[in-house]
Ligand binder design. Structure first.
Ligand SMILES: C[S@@+](CC[C@H](N)C(=O)[O-])C[C@H]1O[C@@H](n2cnc3c(N)ncnc32)[C@H](O)[C@@H]1O
Length: 257
């Protein structure tokens, strides 16, 4: 289940009751203070943080997390995995743990939480329905040929790790972000504005909402928890041919009626 992004404010009553009723709680949280708070809700909270290590592949870390969770499920325990944000958003281990548990015949379900995406819509005043909103893991723009639509918002996740092919680093750096800028410059001018966004994990902190240009991204300070948002570069383009076909259809329907 998802604990949401900000301590105390995002946890719903259903998720809380799952935690309280579990035999064992595994915690994949972003902040030690949040973990302490969770420990006050349950006597057996096991942190998944120690599995992370710089230089160790995150895939190995995630598999070990799934194994730790499944070992308790197989032992007959009622298990709850608590992850920050939404457990199914840019998160491999929660999806995999549920898939493996179900594959072995255990009942398993995911309870959604408030993700960084939800928070940025609120804090940056973006409605994804207005012109559309695309979300990419930043490295995918370097590893694969993707087609970006610059008439919609573009949200880039894990920019702090962009270009990490080893999956073992905690951050990359300006030279890697420069390659990301090169890719984005195919669709956006270098002076295009962007927002570096970080929602607070503790309610006493404020969100980071920092503007810079695309050209300035390599030199900007980017943390593991930052998300980068680019507004559209161009207005929506009218599809005149399709609108004409729709008008014909409308006319045919009205004649039939
Ligand atoms: C592994 S993903 C986890 C996302 C999380 N499951 C969620 O629901 O938001 C990590 C990425 O989420 C985003 N993220 C994590 N914490 C954030 C925060 N406090 N504010 C904004 N974005 C955040 C960043 O893009 C970061 O690189």
């Amino acid at each position: 289940m998802g604990l949401g992004m900000t301590l105390g404010s995002h946890l719903g009553p259903l998720a809380r009751s799952y935690i309280e009723q579990a035999d064992v709680v595994f915690a994949g949280l972003s902040d030690g203070v949040v973990e302490l708070w969770l420990q006050r809700m349950h006597h057996d909270v096991r942190s998944l943080q120690p599995y992370y290590r710089e230089g160790k592949s995150r895939m190995q870390t995630y598999r070990q997390m799934v194994e730790a969770i499944l070992a308790e499920v197989r032992a007959g325990k009622k298990v709850c995995g608590v992850f920050y944000g939404h457990p199914g958003v840019f998160a491999w281990a929660p999806h995999k743990a549920i898939e493996v548990a179900r594959g072995e015949g255990y009942a398993a379900r995911m309870e959604p939480g408030i993700s960084a995406e939800d928070c940025l819509y609120a804090d940056l005043g973006i409605d994804p329905g207005r012109v559309g909103c695309q979300h990419y893991e930043a490295s995918q723009l370097l590893f694969y040929r993707r087609r970006i639509d610059p008439t919609a918002y573009l949200v880039l996740w894990q920019v702090g790790l962009v270009g990490d092919q080893s999956l073992a680093r905690f951050s990359t750096g300006p030279a890697y972000r420069q390659l990301l800028v090169e890719v984005l410059a195919r669709d956006y001018p270098l002076d295009h504005p962007l927002t570096i966004y970080r929602t607070p994990t503790l309610p006493i902190h404020a969100a980071r909402i920092e503007q810079c240009t695309l050209a300035g991204l390599p030199q900007a300070e980017i943390d593991m928890a930052d998300t980068v948002v680019l507004p559209p570069a161009r207005p929506l383009e009218v599809d005149a041919a399709m609108r004409a076909r729709l008008a014909e259809l409308d006319q045919a329907e009205s004649v039939r009626a």
